[in-house]
Write a protein that binds this ligand. Structure first.
Ligand code: CA
Length: 230
């Protein structure tokens, strides 16, 4: 058995596939390639990859549909690698079940970092009981306690729920809709202003510099990403 993690690259441009193969193999990954969407869905089943990287503009059908089809039977991490930069394209991909999104042209360092986050997330899918460490604040989601500079910090039940929803996808993007549904319920899926209010409150309590957040990161027009060690 090959112990290296396998990455499936679903991408129609041969130059990008070649570049990804050499970069990923240099980092110790095994690489499988699919040049079409249909092939990608099949290869995701047969190669049992640890991560799938999916381009959105594919010759036979759209990459979002590849994500949707893989999600019918698998929770494996899916990363989008696309030239589409519109918020709508990102939201569609996340709502189909993608875990992260890197826009082309991309830096290989950034892509490798996202792959590592995705692999870590897959290894521990339930980070819900985690202790989250911000710079000066610590939040224990299981005990529902928080401290800042060793002093007790009060978080409301909604704030805890919002942090828990983000922590379940630690390091990954969670869309506005996903957060609203998880924290407030399906009837509030469109109430984005709730999020703005509560994220601001959390930043004021937890971020060292709330105006330049490093942990509760905004993905403009799409959602939020929680970045912290646990
Ligand atoms: Ca393409």
């Amino acid at each position: 058995m090959d112990p290296r993690p396998t990455i499936l690259v679903v991408e129609d441009e041969p130059e990008i596939r070649r570049f990804l193969r050499s970069s990923l193999e240099a980092e110790g990954y095994r690489v499988a390639e699919s040049a079409t969407a249909r092939r990608g869905v099949i290869d995701a089943g047969t190669h049992k990859p640890d991560v799938v990287i999916v381009d959105l503009g594919l010759p036979d059908f759209d990459g979002v549909e590849v994500v949707r089809q893989i999600r019918r039977w698998s929770t494996l991490p899916i990363l989008i690698l696309s030239a589409r930069t519109q918020e709508r394209a990102k939201i569609d991909a996340f709502e189909a079940g993608a875990d992260d999104y890197v826009t082309k042209p991309f830096g290989i360092r950034e892509l490798l970092a996202r792959i590592k986050v995705a692999l870590r997330h897959a290894a521990r899918p339930q980070a819900g009981g985690a202790v989250l460490r911000f710079d000066r604040a610590v939040v224990d989601l299981e005990r529902r306690t928080a401290t800042r500079d060793e002093e007790a910090l009060h978080l409301t039940p909604i704030e805890f729920r919002l942090l828990a929803a983000l922590a379940r996808h630690l390091g990954l993007v969670v869309t506005h809709r996903q957060l609203l549904v998880e924290v407030w319920g399906p009837s509030h899926a469109g109430d984005t202003h709730y999020l703005r209010i509560y994220v601001k409150q959390l930043r004021d309590k937890l971020e060292p510099d709330p105006l330049h957040p490093r942990h509760l990161v905004t993905e403009i027009g799409v959602g939020y990403r929680l970045v912290c060690s646990d």
